[in-house]
Structure formats: structure tokens, C-alpha cells
Design a protein around this ligand. Sequence first.
Ligand code: BES
Ligand code: MN
Ligand code: ZN
Length: 488
Amino acid sequence: MKISFKSSADADIQAFIVDEAAGLPEVAKSLDEASGGLLAEALSAERFTGKLGQHAIVVMPKSAETRRAVLMGGGKPGDRKPATYERIGAELIKSQAMSGFKSLAVNVDDASDAASVATGAKLAAYRFDTYRTKMKDEQKPSLTDLVVVTDKPKQADDAFEPLDAETAGTYLARDLMNEPPNILHPESFAERVKDLHLEGLEIEVLGEKKMNELGMGSLLGVGQGSVRESQLAIMKWNGGGSEDPVCLVGKGVCFDTGGISLKPGPQMEDMKGDMGGAAAVTGAMLALARRKAKANVVGLIGLVENMPDGNAQRPGDIVTSASGQTIEIQNTDAEGRLVLADVLWYAQEHFKPRAIVDLATLTGAIVISLGHEHAGLFSNNDELAGALSKAGETSGESVWRMPLGDTYDGLLKSRFADMRNIGGRAAGSITAAQFLQRFVNKDVAWAHLDIAGVAWKEGNSKPATDPSWPSGFGPRLLSRWIAENYEG
Ligand code: BES
Ligand code: MN
Ligand code: ZN
């Protein structure tokens, strides 16, 4: 969908934001007159109060150039935030994308609000139809042009540019997660990362030979039952001069069968999304490159496939991580932490990170704790936790802090090795985070985001900005956090 900002526009559909319990807005008056008062009538005749999320469609007389008017409820003007305008843009697309009409103009007063409406619309317009060969025309969106009509189009365009860079990150994260696991596996994911050098990112990919030399027995053990080679992909964005970088680390389990501790069948197909952390980091790196962020950021993603096989890792195996610490595998399905352990080590060994944030679809337990509303946030640093929470609010990708502590850490004791890879039934998300913390140096500011509940969401609680199976959670949050804390 093509999005532009103009001071006026003709279009098949004209949309207006209507304040709650107010009359028709000034901008809609001329169309109302031309239609013989149809807009005003719609306002009084229908149960339309202008509440956020409501909309009314007005069919214009045949002779009119505008074929439809859409009145979008905007709620109380004083309550509106950027996210509210995003929602309005998204609801507009949700209701009109398949309408049969091609062009839509939406009228928004303020330039930055106009940019938010456009962003919401773009997020809502996402589709993944790559593998549908039998789509009829009426199953495809008709809307190709969105014009946001505003007094200061140039200013709106400027405000939209960085937001659109972030949306590109969200799109990429969604695409990667939507791809089926026979197509997107560790090797092909790494190839797609390599393509990002065209965006100005510096890319390095390590294969199994190199990771073996580095002693990454923890990561390699997970991929050992797969015919696909495990990969560590590193993406660097150097926009900040000589300062030390921020590191973003992602869990990239391209498919998680559970391994020998095999998962049950129902819904196992969703485990193609177990690379959601890696997708978030990759999307964030694209967003940073597109908006030319003034910061140094390194993204590191551990790409593996967790399969049962004659060569697969067993419960009882003991592996040695690159940090030197040994791990008794008690459940091969607790594999994400094993991957992250070695990637976290690599990040600290090769860069002097000012902060590390890892993202992972790590535990089913976090879905039980927080549902699909917030990602779980774990951190050894209050300032970092606060900054991420704030960026969560401004980006709409929200996080909720969870505790860490020595007693939880004690649950990881093993009879044979330095630790075991599970902590028992209680506090599953916390013991997973404790496991990760064992691979983070005490003086490094670190945060872990367990995104298992937000990377994809079930059913009817999904906002209009989240139209596909995966939400694409992460790039907007990470880009905002970097903008708010590391760009001067
Ligand atoms: N990838 C899963 C976690 C997951 C579950 C993500 C549901 C998204 C939705 C992870 O690798 C896993 O299997 N975790 C186990 C850990 C357990 C064996 C300690 C879990 O949560 O059951
Ligand atoms: Mn698992
Ligand atoms: Zn997993």
C-alpha cells in the first residue's frame, strides 16, 4: 500500500475522525453539504457516538466523486495518544482494505498524529500470502493508496520516516516468523540475514566448525539432531562513532520439536515461531539501519533446529558451554536457554556491551503468568529495566518486570554438573532467566525479554495493528529504547 501526505486529495473514500459526543468535524462539512446532509444524518441516525473503535460508513450519491465517507470514532480528543492514532489508522484499514475501492483519504489535523495514523494503517495492511495459489480477486485487498490529508504534509512526512523504518522491522519479523520451517531453517535464515548488508549492516555468520573451535557445546548440542547446520549470525550497525555497542541477542530455534523430550502433537506447528527472538533482533537491526540510528548496535542470533534423531542430544547428557561451565541436560525441550548461553558469552567476549538485551520465546510459563499482554522482563539492572519499561509504553510493545533471586537460582543445582537446564515445575520463567544470568558477567547491564506470550497471540484479543499470525513484537520496542537512551 502506497502512503502519502497531502494538503488535499480526491479519493474513492474520504475518512474523518469524529470526537466522542461532538458533531461533525469542520473538515467533513463540505462533503456533508455536497451529499445533501448524509454525513450528519449518519451521526444522528446510527448508534454512533464517536467512541474509539466505532465507525460508520456512508454511501455517497452516485454522481459524487467520493463514493464513500467513513466516520471513525476517535474517543475524547484529550485522551488521544500516538497509539490511539495508530489504532484509528489500523481500524480504517481493517474496515476498508477489502471494500472494493482503491484510494482512501483520511483527514488528520496535526502532522505527528497524521504520521501515527499512517503507521497504524501500514501495520494493519500487512499480509502474508506467499503460499496461496488459489486466491480470487475478491480475497485480495483492493485498497492501494492511502493519503493522509493534513495541513503540514512535509512535517508529517518527516515524522513518518523513522516510524516507517520501524514498521519495516515489524514486517520483516512477521515475514520471518510466517515462513514455514521447511523453508526457513538455520541455513536459509542466515542467508536472509546476509542480504541485509544491502541496508548498510555489517554481517558475519559462523557455522558449526567455527562454533566448535569456540567451544560452543551448549548451542551445538541443541542442533545436533538436525540435518541443518546451526548458525550464529552477527549484524552490526555502526551509527555512533567510537563508543561501545549495545548488544541484542535473539533465540532462533527455527523449529522446536522438543527433541528427545518430544512435545505433544497439537499446535506443534506453532513452534516454527520459536525463532521469534531472532526475528525481533533482525527486524530491529533493519529498523535501525533504515532510520540511520546514531548508535552502535550489534545483533547476535543463534540459529538452530531442535529435532529428535539418532544423533540428537539426550536427557542425561552433559555439555560444556563456551564459558567453560558444564550443563546437565534434563529436558531437551528446554533448549532456548542452551542456545542463548553461548550467544550471550560470545557477545561479552567480542564486544564490550554497554547493555545486553536478549529476546526469546523461552517458556510456556510466561504465557500462564502474563498472557498475551506483556512480555516478561528480567534484569540485573534497575535503570535498564526502567528504560525498557518506558520504551514499552511509548511503542505499545509492553513489558512487565518479573523477579530474580538466589533461591530461584538454587533450583538449577545438578547432581553431576555445574547446573541442570531446568528448575522443576515452579516458577518456570524465572528459573529460565536465572539460567541465562549464569552466563552474564556481574558488571554487565543485562535484560531478558521472554516473548513467548506476545510473539503470536490467539484469537480475538488481537488489535487491528496486529493482523497476521505473528505480531512482529520487538523491533519497535528496541528501536524506541535505543532512540530514547543511546542516541545523544
Ligand atoms: N519454545 C518453548 C517455549 C514456548 C512455549 C514458546 C509455548 C511459545 C509457546 C521452549 O523451548 C520450551 O519448550 N520450554 C519448555 C521448558 C520446560 C521444558 C522447562 C516449556 O515452557 O514447557
Ligand atoms: Mn523447547
Ligand atoms: Zn523453544
